[in-house]
Design a protein around this ligand. Structure first.
Ligand code: EPU
Length: 344
């Protein structure tokens, strides 16, 4: 096991925050992972699991073992008349995997093209875009259970997937995801109802074209982290009670909203931020992106406290105007490598 000391994590988090991990190791297999966890225990270090780094807020110095998940591999477990069951290593790049499934004529994930990050992180916040959430196509998630100290499998039902949420969010330091088992379809069931997707797809209703249009839409709105370091949508779309929605919409009738099955209403955080005057606005080196106000960008060597100053200012202005508190989407870590709730 090759543990590196004082390891610079700036290239490994898409917000490009300066962050140094006291100890760092890359793991290629579940056996490597168990070795790494044992090392951390012996050294009395917390463990910070690093995946694609696209949804993380890191402090400058982290006294912990940073475990970089690099388990690769795609394996066909089962094929029947309608579907393929495939097992994918947590370290596999998400977008490359989606492109691969489409090329293999395995359907379902096309709407989720170009989402940054790795396969192992996809169940954690149940990544979703353009009317599809990954949980719909997951059969089981294979984990190392740090509480029970064993490998284990969690069924999709027990993952309790919901909007940007799963059990992995409720109990963030317990499980390390090693593999994800997907069930993909032989016959595509194309979802094109979201926003401008239908018009973009036009008459060419194929999974390949759908995937390409999703890529085009994302590229036109969302900044490339290599050029503008960012963590995708910075806030979740708030889900509020119908009465609360009615109150806001009586004053702001154009507020984009999506009624939920349970009677609550999801509203567009990007619109709220835009209307609060933050689209294209910066505070110091951190601002909300010009083409999509929901994306926070590190324009020049920002540190965690700069990001926090900006997002708190955004939250404050949105509360003042709409009386809605936006909840950040990225995961916040403390200086010992543990996940912390966002303070308000
Ligand atoms: N809007 C504005 N101004 C803005 C941005 C958005 O008025 O600056 C309005 C749009 O016009 C639209 C509405 O807000 O009516 C929603 O915007 P959009 O369709 O761009 O989607 P979103 O709600 O901003 C969500 C996801 C994205 C996902 C897209 C497409 C969340 C937090 N974000 O964004 O996910 O790609 O829908 O499905 O749910 C991510 O999580 O990193 C992410 C990019």
């Amino acid at each position: 096991m090759n543990v590196q000391k004082q390891f610079q994590l700036k290239p490994y988090n898409t917000l490009s925050l300066d962050a140094v991990g006291s100890d760092y190791v890359e793991v290629d297999t579940t056996e490597d992972l168990v070795d790494a966890l044992n090392y951390a225990k012996a050294q009395q270090l917390n463990v910070l699991i690093l995946s694609g780094g696209s949804n993380m807020l890191l402090p400058e110095q982290i006294q912990a073992l940073v475990v970089h998940m690099n388990i690769q591999g795609i394996e066909l477990l089962h094929e029947d008349q309608d579907s393929y069951t495939i097992r994918v290593g947590a370290g596999q790049n998400w977008h490359a995997f989606v492109l691969w499934t489409t090329a293999q004529k395995m359907y379902g994930l096309q709407n989720l093209a170009l989402i940054p990050g790795l396969v192992g992180a996809s169940p954690v916040q149940n990544i979703g875009a353009y009317g599809v959430e990954v949980g719909e196509f997951i059969e089981t998630v294979e984990v190392y259970d740090r509480e029970q100290q064993c490998l284990s499998q969690i069924s999709a039902q027990d993952c309790a997937f919901s909007y940007r949420h799963s059990i992995f969010k409720d109990d963030p330091n317990r499980y390390v995801i090693t593999h994800v088992v997907f069930k993909l379809l032989k016959k595509a069931d194309l979802k094109i109802s979201y926003g401008d997707l239908k018009a973009a797809v036009g008459d060419e209703l194929t999974p390949e074209n759908l995937q390409q249009q999703v890529i085009n839409i994302r590229q036109s709105k969302l900044p490339d982290p290599k050029q503008y370091p960012n963590a995708g949508s910075f806030f979740k779309n708030p889900i509020i009670q119908l009465t609360e929605y009615e109150q806001i919409s009586s004053q702001f009738p154009t507020l984009p909203h999506y009624p939920q099955a349970d009677g609550s209403v999801k509203i567009a955080a990007g619109w709220l931020i835009d209307q609060a005057g933050w689209k294209g606005k910066q505070l110091g080196s951190v601002g909300m992106f010009q083409k999509q106000a929901l994306v926070l960008v590190n324009y020049a060597d920002a540190k965690l406290q700069d990001v926090q100053a900006t997002y708190r200012a955004v939250q404050q202005d949105v509360v003042q105007k709409f009386n809605v508190l936006l909840e950040p989407e990225p995961v916040l870590f403390d200086s010992t490598g543990l996940i912390q709730p966002h303070s308000q």
